[in-house]
Design a protein around this ligand. Structure first.
Ligand code: NG6
Ligand code: CA
Length: 501
């Protein structure tokens, strides 16, 4: 009790006597776009909980994930390093090794210095083990080895094997007499196990493309092959509830001390399978329905904080790891049923793209007494800033919370600084970098197709440099590079200098 009150005082009062945050929750959606929520202008999907969160907090309009894909963004969120510095930070297979090293600073490791207990619940996708994982034994490293005290995760994505939960170091509910094996070979290494290619009639939910028809789990094709482990297989329809219950449990168990929860939602990534109660919740088909479900999860978590008396003590940030995509390999009618809904809002491009819709994402922060309610912030902010900024809000000195690229933007998070960064770097698929400086966007020449034909979406790649002025052209329609060679050159030099740093 004494320790608790001392800790609490230390956290609530800095030397300058400013109010600090006690607990932190980051809720990170998977592939949710800048235009997907009602509070960002959408009308086709009910998101009352996130809309209320925005009404009670700060809604950011210039907040960026560091990448237009998952692994690189999540790597930065936890380490404060830009992903292109780590060649391993690219979309990972489900059996890929951990890409965070033993000595790298991570958000939970930094917060541990101020007595925080941390948990990750949900999508991980930053690698596990050291290669050649034995899924039937203790796995090492896991999130438990990069600073988390508790971990309940899916290894990679919901469209990749293994389709099991990993609880701490172990696959949950595994029957030792039916061992789980996972392979990412090109051809099925388990020739007796049917695949979507050999048995398309077993793809009972939707047809999926040739990238997503290796293993069949719950009638849905997945990337990668697996055998065994039947008792451990997840049920897609209950996934939202399973993760939510774990997240709530961690909060209830940790309320005696400051805590950090990284609640990594699996929605609206493919395959989009809501619980029955959200089936048909929108007219947009499964993609709309799982966003409605995601909103419910957020509401339930906030309600749990309230019920536990932690509402006033907890800073909650909601955001997304990358922009939206309609067709990501499954014939779930996301495009056909989209109607007037624009998942990227006014932005161009989406997931994978170097255009702004790739990494500019919704971000809502609620922190009663610390951040203003019902306001919008146009401050330029990178998710790589979260480790240092949250650590500072926990009372840790900025120099003790330093990361490679993330900086202290705690004043942005409390609404005191409305400007934020001068510039930041993001990347499209394949570590193709982009510089945003003020309201300018510079995209270096990136050879490659202008569209991803299989996804019917724009890559933004061009052999020519691109320059856009977001003040007059938020949709990146007019490339100004040939009119402004001096600006192109100075931005190219700035980007090169950051990359050489
Ligand atoms: C891609 C998958 C896509 C998705 C993505 C990762 C293909 C053709 N596409 O490789 O379905 O899983 O990886 O998404 O295989 S992310 O949000 O985790 O980055
Ligand atoms: Ca994602």
């Amino acid at each position: 009790m004494l320790l608790r009150s001392v800790l609490r005082r230390a956290i609530l009062l800095s030397e300058t006597n400013t109010v600090m945050a006690k607990n932190f929750v980051i809720i990170y959606a998977d592939d949710l776009g800048f235009g997907d929520l009602a509070c960002y202008g959408a009308s086709g999907i009910p998101t009352p909980n996130l809309d209320r969160m925005a009404a009670e907090g700060l809604r950011f309009t210039n907040s960026y994930a560091t990448a237009a894909t998952c692994t690189p963004s999540r790597y930065s969120l936890l380490t404060g390093s830009y992903p292109w510095r780590n060649p391993g930070a690219k979309i990972l297979a489900g059996d890929a090794p951990m890409i965070i090293t033993e000595d790298e600073p991570t958000l939970p490791r930094i917060l541990a210095r101020a007595g925080y207990r941390s948990a990750v619940v949900g999508k991980w996708h930053i690698g596990l083990g050291e290669g050649a994982i034995d899924w039937n034994a203790d796995i090492r490293p896991t999130p438990l080895d990069v600073g988390f005290d508790e971990s309940f995760i899916m290894a990679a994505t919901n469209d990749r094997v293994p389709c099991v939960y990993v609880d701490g170091r172990r696959v949950a509910n595994l029957d030792p007499s039916d061992p789980l094996e996972v392979r990412y070979a090109k051809e099925n290494p388990f020739s007796e196990v049917p695949t979507g290619r050999t048995h398309p009639e077993l793809l009972t939910t939707w047809h999926s493309d040739s990238q997503h028809w290796d293993a069949i789990v719950n009638g849905v094709g997945r990337i990668g092959f697996c055998r065994g482990g039947k008792s451990a297989q997840w049920d897609d329809e209950t996934m939202a509830e399973v993760f939510l219950e774990r997240a709530k449990g961690f909060i209830s168990r940790s309320k005696e001390q400051p805590f950090f929860l990284y609640y990594a939602l699996h929605q609206p990534h493919v395959p989009r399978i809501p619980s029955p109660r959200f089936r048909g919740a929108t007219a947009l088909g499964p993609r709309g329905d799982v966003i409605a479900e995601l909103d419910w999860c957020v509401g339930q978590l906030l309600e749990h904080l309230r019920a536990e008396g932690l509402d006033e003590d907890t800073l909650v940030i909601f955001s997304s790891d990358n922009g939206p995509i309609l067709d990501d390999g499954y014939a779930d009618q996301a495009r056909e049923l989209c109607g007037c809904h624009r998942p990227s809002g006014p932005l161009r491009g989406g997931k994978y793209s170097v255009f702004d819709g790739g990494a500019r994402v919704p971000m809502i922060l609620r922190a009663p007494g610390l951040a203003p309610a019902g306001q919008e912030s146009a401050a330029l902010f990178s998710h790589a800033d979260l480790p240092t900024s949250l650590a500072v809000l926990a009372g840790i000195a900025p120099e003790q919370a330093a990361c490679v690229d993330g900086v202290d933007m705690s004043a942005v998070l409390t609404g005191q600084d409305e400007v934020g960064r001068e510039s930041l770097v993001t990347e499209g698929i394949g570590a193709r970098t982009v510089l945003r400086h003020g309201t300018w966007i510079y995209i270096p020449p990136h050879p490659g197709p202008a569209r991803f034909a299989d996804k019917d979406t724009e890559s933004g790649f061009s052999p020519e440099p691109q320059l856009y002025d977001l003040t007059t052209d938020i949709g990146q329609r007019e490339n100004l590079a040939s009119y402004c060679p001096a600006r192109v050159q100075s931005l190219a030099e700035e980007l090169a200098a950051i990359q050489a740093d």
